[in-house]
Design a protein around this ligand. Structure first.
Ligand SMILES: Nc1nc2c(ncn2[C@@H]2O[C@H](COP(=O)(O)OP(=O)(O)OP(=O)(O)O)[C@@H](O)[C@H]2O)c(=O)[nH]1
Ligand SMILES: [Mg+2]
Length: 358
């Protein structure tokens, strides 16, 4: 799972990235924009895996993880650099976390404009829409040229239809994520990795003292249909240098239970509609991340393509039932050990063992 931290210049992306990953990249008001992203992998804390590991005592315990990419600031000025080399890399991420500055800083105000998260959000939406529009127009032009040369397959016609629907959406100044495409249309355009099609989480980066005063802005952003949260980036980054006990005290003071890492991974799971299933055994206990509504054969394919290809049945029981009854043996006695077919929709907390033959 690759998630991009994006935002205007100096909104605190690297500060938040450092807090998340424990990295120590330079955070500076005056440094020019970096030329590439910082990348860090964050383990998804899941106490269920910890408990399963205690139960099975496997050689290896593997938690799910998220790869965060901290990009340099983008869209500094109106339509600046529409072909930036970094865009394809940003668009290859599966979701975006847009970090907007709400902490006060006179110098940053002067350089990048006063704090106005709603205006900045609109600016980002506009720029993403514009950037997507350029891609769509170019591609449609090329397709039409192809038509004249007699290149007109069914697949290209589906693509052209989808692109025209998208163009209409973009011209109405709306994001692609709000457009309902038929599955085959969706498939035809997936390769473009459009900016405005990606799930977007908004994080307001606040000073510690103003942290609790962001409700108005949060409500306004949520009313526009986004998930939004406030974060005290610099405070969190400073916390990451403290020991666990002190961190907990400081967090409790701010009314927070979990570390920034846990809060942000939970938000990303929610935003992306993700759930986890588990595989267990004496060799390995492991968490796998899937989208809600994934069927058993596709879940098996996450583990290995052979398991999907030769899928016979999934042996399945729930994590909660296992903890309640103590062992697989007890589950079997109670009839809680199920056999599921290809189309079974895997649930969060399912423990699967795939029977297959290739
Ligand atoms: N007061 C305050 N300053 C912050 C906060 N977060 C970041 N800063 C400061 O803002 C400046 C820029 O922070 P960075 O984390 O480097 O910002 P960035 O978004 O990564 O910047 P670019 O990658 O260059 O776009 C630094 O001087 C930080 O110390 C915050 O929550 N409060
Ligand atoms: Mg940075």
């Amino acid at each position: 799972m690759k998630i991009a931290l994006i935002g205007p210049p100096k909104s605190g992306k690297t500060t938040i990235f450092n807090a998340l990953t424990g990295a120590q990249h330079e955070m500076d008001k005056y440094s020019p924009a970096a030329s590439e992203a910082n990348i860090g992998i964050v383990q998804v804390t899941d106490e269920r895996i910890t408990l399963l590991s205690e139960l099975y005592k496997p050689k290896k315990t593997i938690y799910a993880n998220i790869e965060f990419h901290d990009f340099p600031g983008i869209f500094a000025r109106e339509s600046e650099n529409p072909e930036s080399a970094i865009y394809p890399e940003i668009k290859s991420c599966e979701a975006f976390v847009l970090i907007l500055r709400v902490f006060k800083d006179e110098e940053l105000d002067e350089l990048y404009g006063p704090v106005d998260p709603l205006k900045m959000l609109s600016h980002f939406e506009d720029e993403m829409i514009l950037s997507d529009m350029l891609v769509v127009e170019k591609r449609i032009e090329k397709i039409l040229l192809g038509y004249k040369r007699g290149i007109k397959t069914a697949a290209i016609q589906i693509e052209e239809k989808a692109l025209n629907l998208i163009l209409e959406q973009l011209q109405a100044n709306k994001s692609i994520r709000d457009l309902d495409l038929a599955p085959e249309e969706d498939k035809a355009i997936r390769g473009f990795q459009f900016f405005s099609a990606k799930p977007l989480l908004i994080l307001l980066n606040s000073s510690e003292s103003e942290f609790k005063k962001q409700n108005e802005a949060l409500d306004a952003i949520r009313q526009r249909g986004f998930m939004a949260q406030v974060i005290a980036g610099k405070f969190e980054q400073e916390l990451s240098g403290l020991n666990e006990e002190d961190t907990e005290l400081f967090l409790a003071d701010m009314g927070m239970e979990h570390s920034i890492k846990d809060r942000l991974t939970m938000l990303c799971y929610e935003l992306l509609g993700l759930v986890s299933f588990f595989t267990v055994g004496t060799d390995e206990v492991r968490a796998w991340t899937i989208s809600k509504g994934t069927n058993a054969v596709n879940a098996a394919g996450k583990i290995h393509s052979d398991l999907a290809r030769g899928f016979i049945r999934a042996e399945c029981f729930g994590y909660a039932a296992l903890i309640q009854h103590g062992s697989e043996k007890h589950l079997k006695e109670k009839g809680l050990f199920r056999l599921e077919g290809k189309e079974y929709l895997v649930q969060d907390g399912d423990i699967l063992n795939i029977r297959f033959s290739v």
